[in-house]
Design a protein around this ligand. Structure first.
Ligand code: GAR
Length: 202
């Protein structure tokens, strides 16, 4: 069974969609550990409720990014994690971390990349005035939101959207495509060829 290590920073609704997919038998994986970079966040509660090992590695308690990442890596290795799943994790991982799990880190981002990378996708989408937005699941490389794209889903941007209404519409799609992508990974059907990710039939 593939072991996932899920990293979150807050509410954890993407985490919940993964937990629910596993419970429903749609995702044949195990969440070995949930890690957060902040204390007292809902993601930790969701993990507890599902009896999943969970731990806060509070970024504020570390002097440097590299010490923080070493602590994260220690937990992931101890839990024998195969795939690192960023689910609302609001930090950029350093190249050395990415190298440790080369092609074994995924992220979900709430825009149609390469448009609107970074921490304020919905705000940037609304400010720009685009008519379509969505979400993107991609492998993580050394850049920011720049790795090979695995799957995207589009939603309409409405004239009266706020960041909240747009985020809610995008999240519905996130909760569908992230578990789906993870199951494709588990089935060994994702093949990275340069910048492209091919989804193979078997
Ligand atoms: C999601 O919309 C996710 O795509 C986004 O944060 C939200 C987390 O929601 N991630 C990023 O913006 C990463 N740069 P959640 O905590 O309810 O899963």
């Amino acid at each position: 069974m593939i072991k996932l290590g899920v990293l979150c920073s807050g509410r954890g609704s993407d985490l919940q969609s993964i937990i629910d997919a596993i419970t429903a038998g749609k995702l044949n994986a195990e969440i070995a550990i949930v890690l957060t970079d902040k204390p007292n966040v809902m993601a930790l509660e969701r993990a507890q409720r599902a009896n999943i090992k969970n731990l806060c590695i509070d970024r504020k308690r570390f002097e440097s990014k590299s010490e923080f990442e070493t602590a994260l890596l220690n937990e992931l290795k101890t839990a024998e994690v195969d795939l690192v799943v960023l689910a609302g994790f609001m930090r950029i991982l350093s190249p050395s971390f990415v190298h440790e799990y080369k092609e074994r880190i995924m992220n979900i981002h709430p825009s149609l990349l390469p448009s609107f990378p970074g921490a304020h996708a919905h705000r940037d989408v609304l400010a720009y005035g685009v008519k379509v937005s969505g979400c993107t699941v991609h492998f993580v490389d050394e850049g920011t939101d720049s790795g090979p794209i695995i799957m995207q889903a589009a939603v309409e941007v409405k004239d009266d959207d706020t960041e909240e209404t747009l985020a809610a519409r995008v999240l519905e799609q996130e909760h569908i495509i992230y578990p789906r992508v993870l199951q494709l990974y588990v089935e060994g059907r994702l093949k990275i060829v340069g910048r492209k990710v091919l989804i193979q039939n078997e």
